[in-house]
Design a protein around this ligand. Structure first.
Ligand code: GLY
Length: 609
């Protein structure tokens, strides 16, 4: 259903920096040469605010017809950063209503499922990594699973050749969704009733919200696919074409959300919604059954934790490769004085490129769902192993993926979304969720109004044989019934002196762990502010293809030096959309100061109070 609204005058998606009640309107940008400068500026800003009495937080107002994106904001009670201004506002509203970081993360995810349909979802899956003041670190795995009827060769033709379209588009590409189970698995750490957390999402679906230019463009780009992979009309199709300021109303989705509100997890995995999903499967070539849905469970896992230069890093374990890759990359550079090489210098970029190459070679060969395959995680992250991996590293000379080791790499889409939350009690939550491609399989569940993922493409659809990207997959990530496909999502938290310090993560497929790696190194080793680290040009190497991807604003001089070392450079429009919250202590040591930064690369928006 399409309602046309006039373009609200207040919509402004340009980068904005804000602090509450303009307390920090002159909060300076940090110098890149200072080590950990933001901590000092945090304390200075906190002192100023507390001494001027400018500390009464403004209550958040949710106006879905007029909103702006904020790129950087500071506060004392909590912060939320996500891919959409309305979702970030919903999260902050929940914090202001007395919710903790988990409450806000749940509400923000649900809001994203409405206002950011390209990746926010209830028909996909994801991961939450949290650190709670009272109980410590936890990780919740709500990754999609292969249906019971899935088979290793389900995407091969009669000749045994892969048919990638089948794993990427339409009904057969969908894994059993995990997001709703994940929301309910995290609810036990929340404070507020679920009905309160889901209501903003219901309202946004029912009353609608105005589209940003980016969202309108992305919906327009997908109209043909929506028509091709749906047999019933969907809210996302607009024959006249979408434009910024149009209102998107999702009545069917609001009814589904109400069933989840009223019946809990069963409101999705059983009853009417489950029947609608299976009916949709039957319209195409889908295989998800009522039993697959009823049997789906999110799993609480032991987070991937390690130390880096005095910082405690907490990230996602398998079935995400993200935490292991992050640990491997950081550990391979830890004793190499990277801080002396300089931020974005040929030497530091080359070192980081070479560790990324090695970590991704290991991902390809060894990693998959540990519930199904044995993965040598201890070895892969062990000191001796990582030292050996770098034995053939030559500063100033490009390495070669042919000599680093034979193996496989699984390409992934980049359409995923991340949100970061921190609260006044010292709790942090990092959540990355995905439909895989933008708008997933492009198939909307008829009558239920939500998009199904195409996460099956994250499996290796034919182990050992190059797929549509010219890359090959491996047995560890082959399709098996009930198995979770390997992911790269890297929701990450950092503690410093046992105190909350950073919450971060990003979308970006295989570029996720390398973007998180670079953002951490930029802040910890090069002393960049969160805003500078988030917005710095990114680069990416994933072993195969043996190419170094650079963002379009990567400095040309550094690119020339890397070419001279022997690297093949490929330019990409943008890499990642990183959302960071940096947390410091107030002068008294009793409270926190939050600096929330949203990536410049999208409509991403930060809120704090
Ligand atoms: N579909 C992206 C990922 O899970 O890494």
């Amino acid at each position: 259903m399409v309602k046309q609204y006039k373009q609200p005058a207040g919509i402004n998606h340009g980068a904005e920096e804000r602090s509450h009640q303009n307390c920090f309107s002159t909060f300076p940008l940090q110098s890149k040469s200072m080590k950990y400068p933001s901590v000092f500026l945090f304390v200075l800003a906190a002192t100023l605010v507390l001494e001027t009495g400018c500390n009464e937080p403004a209550k958040i107002v949710l106006n879905p017809y007029e909103y702006t994106a904020q790129k950087r904001v500071t506060g004392f009670r909590g912060a939320v950063v996500s891919a959409h201004p309305l979702a970030s506002k919903v999260g902050l509203m929940i914090l202001q209503q007395g919710g903790n970081a988990i409450d806000a993360a749940i509400a923000t995810q649900l809001a994203l499922a409405v206002v950011y349909p390209g990746a926010g979802n209830i028909g996909g899956g994801g991961f939450m990594v949290a650190h709670l003041r009272d109980t410590g670190a936890l990780a919740i795995d709500f990754r999609e699973k292969a249906a019971a009827a899935a088979t290793r060769d389900m995407y091969l033709d009669e000749q045994g050749d892969p048919v990638p379209r089948l794993s990427r588009m339409g009904h057969l590409s969908a894994g059993v969704p995990g997001t709703v189970a994940g929301l309910f698995a995290s609810l036990k750490y929340a404070k507020l009733p679920f009905a309160q957390l889901i209501q903003p999402a219901i309202d946004l679906a029912e009353k609608g919200f105005v589209l940003t230019a980016a969202e309108a463009g992305s919906l327009n780009h997908t109209q043909e696919a929506f028509n091709q992979y749906n047999t019933s009309p969907t809210a996302f199709v607009n024959r006249a074409g979408w434009k910024a300021g149009d209102t998107l109303v999702q009545m069917e989705l609001s009814e589904t959300l109400k069933r989840i509100r009223d019946k809990g997890k069963e409101g999705f995995y059983e009853g009417e919604t489950a029947r609608q999903i299976v009916a949709e499967m039957n319209k195409g070539n889908g295989i998800i059954s009522l039993n697959d849905l009823k049997n789906y469970e999110a799993v609480e896992r032991k987070p991937k934790e390690f130390d880096y230069k005095g910082f405690r890093i907490i990230s996602m374990p398998l079935p995400s490769s993200g935490g292991i890759i992050l640990e491997q990359c950081l550990k391979m550079i830890e004793n190499r004085d990277i801080e002396k090489m300089g931020f974005l210098s040929p030497r530091s970029v080359q070192l980081m490129t070479e560790v990324e190459r090695r970590a991704f070679a290991d991902r390809a060969v060894y990693m998959g769902d540990e519930d199904f395959v044995k993965v040598p995680v201890k070895t892969l992250t062990g000191e001796a192993y990582l030292k050996e991996r770098m034995a053939d590293f030559i500063p100033g000379k490009a390495g070669s993926s042919a000599s680093v080791g034979a193996g496989n790499i699984i390409p992934e889409s980049e359409e995923t979304t991340h949100l970061s939350v921190a609260d006044q009690w010292g709790n942090m939550a990092a959540v990355t969720t995905t439909l895989n491609d933008s708008y997933g399989s492009k198939t909307v569940v008829s009558g239920a109004g939500f998009l199904l993922n195409n996460e099956m493409d994250d499996f290796s659809i034919k182990p050992g044989v190059p797929n549509m990207y010219g890359a090959v997959g491996n047995q560890a990530n082959a399709i098996e019934p009930g198995k979770r496909m390997l992911s790269s999502m890297t929701p990450t938290l950092v503690l410093h002196n046992s105190e909350p310090y950073l919450v971060l993560g990003t979308p970006g497929g295989t570029t996720i762990p390398t973007s998180v790696f670079q953002t951490l190194v930029d802040m910890i080793d090069f002393g960049l502010s969160p805003a500078d680290a988030v917005n710095a040009p990114k680069f990416h190497h994933q072993w195969l293809p043996d190419e170094l991807y650079i963002e379009k604003d990567f400095p040309p001089g550094i690119a020339d030096s890397l070419k001279a070392m022997g690297y093949t450079l490929t330019q990409r429009n943008s890499i990642g959309r990183t959302e960071v919250i940096k947390i410091g202590k107030t002068k008294s040591g009793k409270g926190y100061i939050f600096e929330a930064v949203a990536d410049k690369r999208g409509d991403d928006s930060a809120e704090a109070y």
